[in-house]
Design a binder for this molecule. Structure first.
Ligand code: NDP
Length: 332
């Protein structure tokens, strides 16, 4: 079986040499365990943080050990009561062809109800991040004007569509290319701009117009966050989900330099981790299946083929090569 190991810790942008494809034996099954052949794995921006040797909410990856992360696979052998060969499962041991894990850590998914890959994205952690961040963290309410950055990505594209489905007055998205801007408009965003076209603050001001913005869902940090604080209405709420503009830089953060505006505007800035919102998973699953069924939410996926290409897929993700959820397909 093959796995991708962390060969060295990246400084700044990760490169090929930080990863290694290794051939390893498949461990023998113990009682309670399942052997899973992986079919899809997720690459996610948060994995960049785990490549650094720093304490965070998830422990760092270890040098010479395999990476891990969300994956969907098929059970090929089971010594766990709740699993049969053929079951499709969601689990946390991606970045390898075969995974051996405790049955309790492999959740059987309903592969009839939706394509299996959707459980890594729209129906999984990605979707819950969008929903919980918007409705619980930013306390979105009907009639709000919402701005979301990273809007053509996995989380961002769902945030905008959920906000529309729940009665936003206006939804504004930013993304890194003209093609992505067009996609946002096709998905029902009211306004969208390419953040490379000029200062974010100017583009955002123009898009928001006299309405201003009530909610900012921040995937990017830095200049985007500063711009949102500048354009935000009184009592505006910001859900701090990610700061991808800073994950690979070795320079000091570029902003926000205007945080003091939060005082007079009485803004709320609240960071969150999706793992703290699992109590909303059922509520979310029900709403999302409704929105998917009635067509109010659609989702994009970008597939990269082959475990050996997973490191490049991860690097490309952070360079914006994806529309919607970036997924690596495996075929051991
Ligand atoms: P995406 O699918 O959004 O992929 C990342 C995107 O970031 C790229 O497609 C790229 O699009 C954009 N990007 C990269 N660099 C920059 C930059 N300098 N400025 C602006 N945009 C940039 O990934 P996810 O949807 O999985 O994650 C989105 C954010 O949410 C990340 O910050 C991630 O860390 C965070 N997150 C947080 C969670 C939590 O629990 N708090 C859970 C899940 C995700 P473009 O072409 O537009 O530049």
């Amino acid at each position: 079986s093959r796995e991708i190991q962390l060969a060295s810790r990246p400084e700044g942008w990760p490169a090929d040499e930080n990863f290694r494809l290794a051939e390893v034996p498949v461990p023998k099954l113990e009682d309670g365990q399942v052997l899973v052949r992986n079919l899809y794995m997720s690459v996610d921006p948060y994995m960049r943080g785990r490549m650094n040797d720093v304490k965070s909410y998830v422990p760092p990856f270890q040098i010479d050990a395999p990476l891990d992360g969300g994956a969907i696979g098929e059970v090929v052998e089971s010594r766990s009561e709740g699993h049969r060969p053929g079951d499709k499962v969601l689990h946390g041991l991606g970045w390898r062809d075969y995974a051996v894990l405790d049955g309790k850590r492999a959740r059987v998914i309903d592969a009839e109800a939706a394509p299996a890959s959707a459980y890594l994205g729209v129906l999984g952690m990605t979707g819950l991040t969008a929903y919980a961040g918007l409705t619980k963290v930013a306390e979105f309410k009907e009639g709000d004007v919402v701005f979301v950055s990273g809007a053509a990505g996995a989380v961002g594209s769902l945030v905008g569509q959920i906000a529309k489905a729940m009665g936003a007055k206006k939804v504004i998205g930013s993304a890194g290319s003209a093609e992505k801007v067009q996609r946002l408009l096709d998905l029902g965003f009211d306004e969208a701009f390419n953040y490379h076209d000029g200062p974010v603050k100017e583009s955002l001001k123009k898009a928001a117009g006299a309405d201003g913005i009530d909610v900012y869902f921040d995937n990017v940090g830095g200049e985007h966050l500063e711009a949102a604080i500048a354009v935000m209405n009184k009592y505006g709420r910001i859900a701090m989900c990610g700061a991808i503009s800073q994950y690979n830089t070795t320079d000091a953060p570029t902003g926000p330099r205007n945080l003091a505006l939060a005082i007079g505007k009485e803004l709320t800035l609240r960071g969150f981790i999706v793992g703290s919102y699992n109590q909303y998973a059922d509520e979310f699953a029900e709403l999302m299946s409704g929105w998917l069924n009635d067509g109010r939410v659609s989702y994009d996926e970008t597939f990269v083929d082959g475990l050996e290409n997973a490191p490049q897929a991860f690097i490309d993700l952070m360079k914006g090569a994806n529309k919607g959820k970036m997924i690596v397909t495996l075929q051991a």
